[in-house]
Design a binder for this molecule. Structure first.
Ligand SMILES: NC(=O)C1=CN([C@@H]2O[C@H](COP(=O)(O)OP(=O)(O)OC[C@H]3O[C@@H](n4cnc5c(N)ncnc54)[C@H](OP(=O)(O)O)[C@@H]3O)[C@@H](O)[C@H]2O)C=CC1
Ligand SMILES: O=C(O)CCC(=O)C(=O)O
Ligand SMILES: [Mg+2]
Length: 746
C-alpha cells in the first residue's frame, strides 16, 4: 500500500521511543488484530529519534539503509481532513541524547557524521543544521496542527478517587520556594504587535556602529497574527542565579533549577549553561577558557562536561574543581542520588512540567545528595509562568496536601496549533554576539519591535496566528458548554502578548452562544488560586491557556489528581478536520526502560493509549462511515471501564502484572465486550471464540507473563532496539500470542 492511499484509509499509530515504544511492541499487534476484523487498517510510521536521524541523512547513506521522512509525511497528513493519527510520546532530544543516538546508530553500521560541536566548514554547517532540526521538541510542533484538549475522563477520575495514589504531606513550616526574576527576563521585556496585513518580516541586529546583520531574512506573517519579541538580559540572569545559589546555601535548602531545555530547545539550554557556570564560579574562572577552546559547553550539563574533560591534559583538575564546587555550593538537588546524578547533569533531566509537580506531590521535597528528601529552592528564571507553582506551593503550605480521593479536576484547552507562541520561537531565537539592538522590520521597512541588547543576551520572537486563536476560543466554549464548568482564560493583561490575546478573546467570544456559561479571564496566578480553591471543594475548572501553560497544567494537575499524566485523554482536533489523538500528557519515561532492561519489568501504563485509540476509532467511523469502527470504539470504552474497575494497571514492582499483563486484560475485556454487543452480530461471532480462549487461559497467560520477570533482558539497543529481540521480550506468552493469531486465522 502506498503512503498516499494509506493516508486516506488508515489509522496511523506512531512508532516512537523508550517506554511507549516498548509498550507498542506488545499492544500494537493486539490493536491490529482487533481492528482488522472491522476492516480498519492500523499502520505505523517511524518518528523515533533514531528514525528521524536516519531519514535526515538518507542522501548520505547507502540505498538499503535509507528511510523516508515519516515526520514530514505525517506533518502534511495532519493538514488534511483524512488525518487520523495516534501520537505516542517521543524523545525531544537534548544534545547529549542526540549524540548517544548517533553513536548507537554508528555502531549499527550507519555511517552518520558526528554532531559537530564546532562548525568550521560548509559540510559541518549542513550537518549541524540537519541535527539541529532533529533536536529538541521537533515532532510535536510539526504534528500539532490543532489546539489541545486534555482532560481526565470521568471513568479515570472515578478510578483515582477509588484508588487514591500516595501524596506526601505538607508542613506549614515547609521552606520550599520558587525563585524567579523580577526584571530583565523574557516576561518583563516582552513587546507585542498584531499584524495588520499579510507581510514578510525580517529580523536584524544593529551593532553600536550601525552595522546591520540580518538574523532572519524572512518571517512570513498573516493579517491578524500576533508577533512578540523579548530578551533575557544575561547580566541580570547571572546576577539572579548567583544570588539564588547563595540564598539556598544560607537557608540550607536544596538548590534546583527547572527549565524546559527540550521544548524551548534554543533558549533553555543556554540558560541551563548559565546555571552551571553560576554554580561553579571557581571552575569557570580557572578552566573556562580551556573548556571553551576544547568545545566543551556547560549548556549540555555537568555529565557531558565531565565526560569530555577526561580527554583534556588537565582533565583531572577539572574534575577536582567540580567536586570542590559541589562542596562549596548549596546542597544540589539530585535526579538520581544513588548514581550521583545531579540536577545539573543533563539538561533534559529536569523538565519543569514533570519536575515541579513531582516535587509538589512529594511534600515540596526533592532528593538531596545524601539520598534524603528536603525542602528546595526551585529556580525558574523566567517569571512568565513561575508564579503558578508558587501559588500552588503557598496553597499546600496553608491547607496541606490535596486529597486525590476528593479533589476536583482542572482540565485544559491549550493554544498550540501552527507552532503558536513559544513553540514557534526555535528559528527566531538568538544568542546575541555584540551589543546594539535587535529589531523586527516589516516589508515596508518600518520597525515593529525593537530591543536594546548586550552580548550574550538571548533574544527571541514568537508568532501566534489568528486562525488558531479563533479555534482555541471555539474549543474553549465547546468544552464549557459540554461540562458547564467555569472556564478561565489564563491571561495576564499586564503582559504585552497576553493583552493582545485578551482583545482577540473578547472579539471572538461573541461569535459563540455563551449564554449561561461562566467564562472568565484571569491572570495565571489568580487563575491558579481560583482553581486550587475549587479543587479542594471537589469542583472542576477548565483552564484555557497558551502553549507553555498547556504544557505545565497538563502535567501539574493530572500528577496531583491521578498520580500521573499518563491517564489523560489528550485530543487534538486538527484545524482542517482530521484528528490526532495523543496518548496521555507525559513523556517517554526513560526510567522505565532502565527497569525493563534490568529486571524485565515494564511499569508503563498504557491507559493513555487505550483512551486515544477509542477516540481514534470514533473519529474513523465518523470520517469513513465504517460502522464497525464505532463498535470497536464503544466496546473499547466499556473494556477500559472494566479495566479501571478491576484495577489492571501495571504495578510498579516485579511479581505483579506489568504493561504486558495489563494489555492481556484489556484484550480480554475488549474481546468480551465485542462478543457481547448486539450492534454487529458478525463481529460478535468473530470475537466469541477469542473471548472464551482468553478467559479460560487467564491463569496460564498471566503466569507466563509474570514468570519471565526478574532477570535482565537484551533488547539490542536503546534508541534503536532490535525489533526481533524486543518482540521476544514484549510478547513472552505463547498462549496469548497464539490466541491473538487465531483471530486472523478464524
Ligand atoms: N508528548 C511528547 O512527545 C512528550 C515527550 N516528552 C519527552 O519524554 C522524555 C522524558 O521526559 P520526562 O520529563 O522525564 O517525563 P516522563 O513523563 O517521561 O517521566 C516522568 C515520570 O512520569 C511517569 N510516567 C510518565 N508516563 C507514564 C506512563 N505512561 N506510565 C507510568 N508512568 C508514567 C513516570 O513516573 P514513575 O517513575 O514515578 O513511574 C516517569 O518516570 C523527554 O525526552 C521529553 O522531551 C515529554 C513530554 C511529552
Ligand atoms: O514537545 C515536547 O518536547 C514535549 C511536549 C510536552 O511535554 C507536552 O506536550 O506536554
Ligand atoms: Mg508536558
Amino acid at each position: 500500500m502506498s503512503s498516499e492511499s494509506a493516508s486516506t484509509t488508515a489509522i496511523i499509530y506512531t512508532h516512537t521511543d523508550e517506554a511507549p515504544l516498548l509498550a507498542t511492541y506488545s499492544l500494537l499487534p493486539i490493536i491490529q488484530a482487533y481492528a482488522a476484523q472491522a476492516g480498519v487498517p492500523v499502520e505505523t510510521r517511524d518518528i523515533s529519534l533514531a528514525g528521524r536521524i536516519i531519514a535526515a541523512f538518507a542522501d548520505r547513506l547507502p540505498e538499503e539503509q535509507r528511510t523516508p521522512d515519516a515526520l514530514a509525511e505525517l506533518g502534511a497528513l495532519a493538514k488534511t481532513p483524512q488525518a487520523n493519527i495516534i501520537k505516542l510520546p517521543n524523545v525531544s532530544a537534548s544534545i547529549p541524547q542526540l549524540k548517544a543516538a548517533v553513536a548507537e546508530l554508528q555502531a549499527l553500521g550507519y555511517a552518520l557524521p558526528a554532531y559537530p560541536d564546532e562548525v568550521s566548514s560548509d559540510e559541518d554547517r549542513d550537518t549541524r543544521a540537519r541535527y539541529d532540526k532533529i533536536k529538541g521538541s521537533a515532532v510535536n510542533p510539526v504534528l500539532r496542527e490543532g489546539n489541545s484538549d486534555r482532560r481526565a475522563p470521568e471513568s479515570v477520575k472515578r478510578y483515582a478517587r477509588n484508588h487514591p495514589h500516595s501524596m506526601g504531606a505538607w508542613s506549614p513550616d515547609s521552606r520550599t520556594q520558587v525563585a524567579t526574576m523580577t526584571d530583565g527576563d523574557f516576561r518583563h521585556s516582552e513587546k507585542s504587535v498584531v499584524i495588520a496585513a499579510d507581510d514578510t518580516l525580517r529580523i536584524e541586529h544593529v551593532d553600536e556602529d550601525g552595522t546591520v546583520t540580518v538574523l532572519k531574512e524572512s518571517v512570513p506573517v498573516l493579517a491578524g497574527e500576533v508577533v512578540d519579541s523579548t530578551r533575557m538580559d544575561v547580566a541580570k540572569l547571572r546576577a539572579f542565579l548567583t544570588e539564588q545559589i547563595a540564598r539556598a546555601k544560607a537557608d540550607d535548602v536544596l538548590f534546583s533549577v527547572h527549565l524546559k531545555a527540550t521544548m524551548m530547545k534554543v533558549s533553555d539550554p543556554i540558560i541551563f549553561g548559565h546555571v552551571v557556570r553560576a554554580f561553579f564560579p571557581a571552575l569557570f574562572e580557572e578552566y573556562g577558557e580551556v573548556l571553551a577552546d576544547a568545545g566543551i559547553s556547560p549548556n549540555n550539563g555537568l555529565a557531558g562536561l565531565l565526560a569530555a574533560a577526561v580527554t583534556l591534559p588537565r582533565g583531572a583538575d577539572v574534575e577536582q574543581a567540580v567536586i570542590a564546587g559541589l562542596a562549596a555550593g548549596p546542597r544540589l538537588a539530585m535526579v538520581d542520588s544513588d548514581r550521583g546524578i545531579t540536577n545539573l547533569h543533563v539538561p533534559s533531566d529536569v523538565i519543569v512540567d514533570a519536575s515541579m509537580p513531582a516535587m509538589i506531590r512529594t511534600s515540596g521535597h526533592m532528593w538531596g545528595p545524601d539520598g534524603q528528601e528536603g525542602d528546595t529552592l526551585a529556580v525558574i528564571p523566567d517569571s512568565s509562568y513561575a508564579g503558578i507553582y508558587q501559588a500552588v506551593i503557598d496553597d499546600c503550605r496553608e491547607h496541606g496536601a490535596y486529597d486525590p480521593a476528593t479533589m476536583g479536576s482542572v482540565s485544559n484547552v491549550g493554544l498550540m496549533a501552527q507552532a503558536a507562541e513559544e513553540y514557534g520561537s526555535h528559528d527566531k531565537t538568538f544568542e546575541i554576539t555584540a551589543p546594539g539592538s535587535v529589531r523586527v522590520v516589516n516589508g515596508a521597512g518600518e520597525t515593529l519591535l525593537e530591543h536594546d541588547v548586550d552580548a550574550g543576551d538571548i533574544w527571541r520572537a514568537c508568532q501566534t496566528k489568528d486562525v488558531p486563536i479563533r479555534d482555541w476560543v471555539r474549543l474553549a466554549v465547546s468544552r464549557a458548554r459540554a461540562t458547564g464548568d467555569p472556564t478561565v482564560f489564563w491571561l495576564d493583561e499586564t503582559r504585552a502578548h497576553d493583552a493582545n490575546l485578551i482583545a482577540k478573546v473578547n472579539a471572538y467570544l461573541p461569535e459563540h452562544d455563551t449564554a449561561g456559561l461562566d467564562i472568565r479571564i484571569m491572570s495565571p496566578v489568580e487563575a491558579t488560586k481560583l482553581s486550587v480553591e475549587r479543587i479542594r471543594q471537589g469542583l472542576n475548572t477548565i483552564s484555557v491557556t497558551g502553549n507553555v501553560l498547556r504544557d505545565y497544567n497538563t502535567d501539574l494537575f493530572p500528577i496531583l489528581e491521578l498520580g500521573t499524566s499518563a491517564k489523560m485523554l489528550s485530543v487534538v482536533p486538527l484545524i482542517n478536520g482530521g484528528g490526532m489523538f495523543e496518548t496521555g500528557a507525559g513523556g517517554s519515561a526513560p526510567k522505565h526502560v532502565q527497569q525493563l532492561v534490568k529486571e524485565n519489568y515494564l511499569r508503563w501504563d498504557s491507559l493513555g493509549e487505550f483512551l486515544a485509540l477509542a477516540e481514534s476509532f470514533k473519529h474513523y467511523s465518523e470520517a469513513t462511515g465504517n460502522a464497525r469502527a464505532k463498535v470497536l470504539a464503544d466496546t473499547l470504552d466499556r473494556a477500559t471501564g472494566t479495566f479501571l474497575n478491576e484495577n489492571r494497571s501495571p504495578a510498579r514492582k516485579v511479581g505483579s502484572i506489568d504493561n504486558r499483563g495489563s494489555h492481556f486484560y484489556l484484550a480480554l475485556y475488549w474481546a468480551q465486550e465485542l462478543a457481547r454487543q448486539s450492534d454487529d452480530a458478525e463481529l460478535a461471532a468473530a470475537f466469541e471464540p477469542l473471548a472464551k480462549t482468553l478467559a479460560e487461559n487467564e491463569q496460564a497467560i498471566t503466569a507466563e507473563l509474570i514468570g519471565v520477570q526478574g532477570s535482565p533482558v537484551d533488547i539490542g539497543g536503546y534508541y534503536r532496539p532490535d525489533p526481533e529481540k524486543t518482540t521476544a521480550v514484549m510478547r513472552p506468552s505463547q498462549t496469548f500470542n497464539d490466541a491473538i493469531a487465531s483471530l486472523a486465522a478464524g
